[in-house]
Design a protein around this ligand. Structure first.
Ligand code: SF4
Length: 350
């Protein structure tokens, strides 16, 4: 039997409060799963690794009101001591006064939260009125509890002009100093979403090279520090046209099966690798209808359509078939390859 070095299985048990326009996972109808499924999943995947980790979410953490009990259950079902993700659920943080102290009790030192611009833009991109104010209040709660906020700011063409206001807001609220007082370090960085899931629809709003010069220096410097990037190309990547030219000269293929993968299980019990959004091209099987050995083999032997294409088709051919040599949008190389791979799987019979 195949043994993974480590296997993490994440279930989408309760969905998420938001409808982010950049969501790399895409949306799915909300449907609650029964907790007993966690035990079933642990039993099914357990024999394939000595280090199994089970999570009750892969969208927003701790969305269900039974989050503490779910943490205990998933910890008991996991082989290793679980460490809570840095992601903080802002929706819960402002509705449940026990939440942030609970994160603190688990040893969380840094809490990851997200903005998209000012109030209207953030609410629009998160798809929920009040999301901006929830985020700012969560930053205060985190600091009050000795957890340093790490703020990621997603940026598109339509929000770039608001970055100056955010930089100002960060200075006015003195987050750096307030974190230093308890020995923490406030971090902030800018990023573009990957071109996957819902975010593919925002292709036209992706940054072009001239946009990068409009980003406030403070945010560029903080992003470089956080990402250990030497320049803005390491933060935002190259244009699609440049990547098209590089990759159409590259005959390499890639085995996407890893020794320590993460699997997503959606609320219909369909299983997918975490490489991309859960879509038919990445479908490994269904826990109700498929044999678990086949699900694992579909992954390890690269049998999903997307894995098969990437293993057998040179990247030059994939990009040559569906890429745009005149694309002026910026992409990180790995994100561009997954974007091209998904496009190729959708548009060709490859
Ligand atoms: S990006 Fe995260 S918070 Fe937003 S809709 Fe997707 S899963 Fe939910």
């Amino acid at each position: 039997m195949y043994k993974f070095d480590k296997l993490t299985v994440c279930l989408d048990m309760y969905g998420c409060a938001n409808r982010c326009r950049h969501c790399r996972l895409g949306f799915s109808p909300k449907k609650d799963m029964n907790e007993t499924v966690l035990v079933t999943v642990a039993k099914k995947f357990g024999p394939f690794t000595r280090k199994l980790e089970i999570c009750d979410w892969y969208r927003e953490p701790d969305y269900n009101k039974g989050y503490k009990w779910l943490w205990q259950l998933t910890t008991a079902l996991s082989d290793n001591k679980k460490v809570h993700s840095q992601q903080v659920n802002c929706w819960r943080a402002v509705r449940d006064e026990e939440y942030i102290p609970w994160l603190k009790s688990l040893g969380l030192k840094t809490g990851l939260i997200t903005l998209y611009g000012n109030s209207m833009t953030t609410d629009y991109y998160i798809g929920r009125k009040g999301a901006y104010s929830d985020t700012l209040r969560t930053m205060d709660f985190l600091i009050k509890n000795g957890i340093a906020p790490c703020l990621q700011i997603y940026v598109n063409k339509d929000s770039i002009r608001e970055l100056a206001d955010i930089a100002e807001l960060l200075k006015e609220n003195n987050y750096e100093y307030r974190c230093q007082r308890f020995g923490g370090r406030f971090s902030v960085y800018i990023k573009q979403g990957v071109c996957d899931g819902e975010n593919v629809k925002l292709y036209d709003l992706r940054l072009t090279s001239d946009d990068v010069d409009r980003i406030p220096e403070y945010l560029i410097n903080e992003t470089k520090r956080y990402m250990r990037a030497k320049n803005t190309e390491e933060i935002f990547g190259k244009t699609g046209g440049e990547l098209f030219r590089e990759l159409t000269a590259d005959k390499s293929t890639e085995n996407l099966a890893e020794k320590s993968p993460v699997f997503y299980v959606d609320n219909n019990l369909d299983v997918f690798p975490s490489i991309s959004a859960p879509t038919p091209s990445w479908h490994l099987g269904n826990l109700k209808y498929s044999d678990i050995n086949d699900i694992v083999k579909n992954y390890t032997e690269n049998r999903t359509k997307a894995q098969r294409v990437r293993l057998n088709t040179p990247i030059s051919e994939i990009v040559g078939a569906v890429g745009n040599p005149n694309c002026d949008r910026l992409f990180k190389r790995e994100d561009y390859i997954i974007y091209m791979l998904n496009k190729y799987c959708k548009e060709t019979n490859g």
